[in-house]
Design a protein around this ligand. Structure first.
Ligand code: ATP
Length: 239
């Protein structure tokens, strides 16, 4: 039986003007998987996510989602189809409360009861957000804003959640919390593509991983296998 591939990227190339940031990348994510994309600064990970989610034009190659090409579709159409990214830097609505931010995440939905239930589910995942539900997002810590951005994405009921560097700039305790939650969300059945510079943590919770270097995928394998690989350990785990 072949796995149900939700996302399939083939020969993806993305350029910024004359600079080729992604030079022909192939990867896939099956339903229910947590796949981590790791690599150094500037390897092209964020650019890959932006191209997949319609935020950056594709120069060559194809992106298939649920068996159909989505190349050229805008981010908004893709969110409606369940392909949802939490961008690096979070992007919460700073002058709205936590609850209002979560409600904004549900703006494509009209099932009032379902929305209320999902806000409760987000509060169960992130009790900190519940405690502070009337606080303005802009006054929260970086870790809390990351939680809010993830919660807001969950309100869209994603089929695939793409996370760009969720642990970036957070304190060690908050990093632990974020990886724990990503793992929990995955266990609850959400398919996840995780971009991270924290290779060790990202591979620990991943079913599979891809290593990117200078715009290309250079290695792939099960999370655990990559974690034990001497080349990965030397290049990305500081050994
Ligand atoms: P990081 O972890 O630093 O975000 P990354 O692996 O996600 O790294 P990208 O952000 O995708 O890498 O960057 C890949 C390359 O594209 C880099 O050389 C970067 O300088 C370049 N780049 C990224 N965004 C732009 C942009 N808006 N304009 C021009 N070049 C860009």
């Amino acid at each position: 039986m072949t796995a149900n591939i939700l996302l399939k990227v083939s020969g993806l190339k993305v350029a910024y003007g004359g600079i080729q940031a992604v030079k022909g990348v192939d990867f896939e994510v099956a339903q229910g998987e947590l796949v981590s994309l790791i690599g150094a600064n500037g390897a092209g990970k964020s650019t890959t996510l932006k191209a997949v989610t319609g935020l950056q034009p594709v120069a060559a190659g194809d992106i298939e989602y649920m068996g159909k090409s989505i190349k050229g579709q805008g981010a908004w159409d893709l969110v409606k189809q369940g392909l949802v990214m939490v961008p690096e830097g979070r992007g919460t609505f700073t002058r709205m409360t936590i609850t209002e931010n979560l409600q904004m995440g549900a703006y494509i939905r009209s099932d009032k009861k379902g929305i209320e239930d999902d806000i409760d589910k987000v509060f169960a995942i992130f009790p900190r957000l519940k405690e502070r539900r009337l606080q303005l997002a802009g006054t929260m810590s970086g870790g809390e804003q990351q939680m809010l951005a993830m919660g807001r994405a969950l309100m869209t009921q994603p089929k695939v959640l793409l996370l760009d560097e969720p642990s970036m700039g957070l304190s060690p305790i908050m990093v632990d919390k974020i990886f724990e939650v990503v793992n929990d969300i995955h266990k609850q059945g959400v398919t996840i593509l995780l971009v991270e510079q924290n290779a060790s943590r990202a591979l620990q919770i991943a079913n599979r991983g891809y290593v990117m270097e200078s715009g290309l995928v250079t290695m792939t394998g099960e999370g655990k296998t990559l974690l034990d690989d001497p080349k990965v350990r030397a290049a990305y785990l500081g050994e």
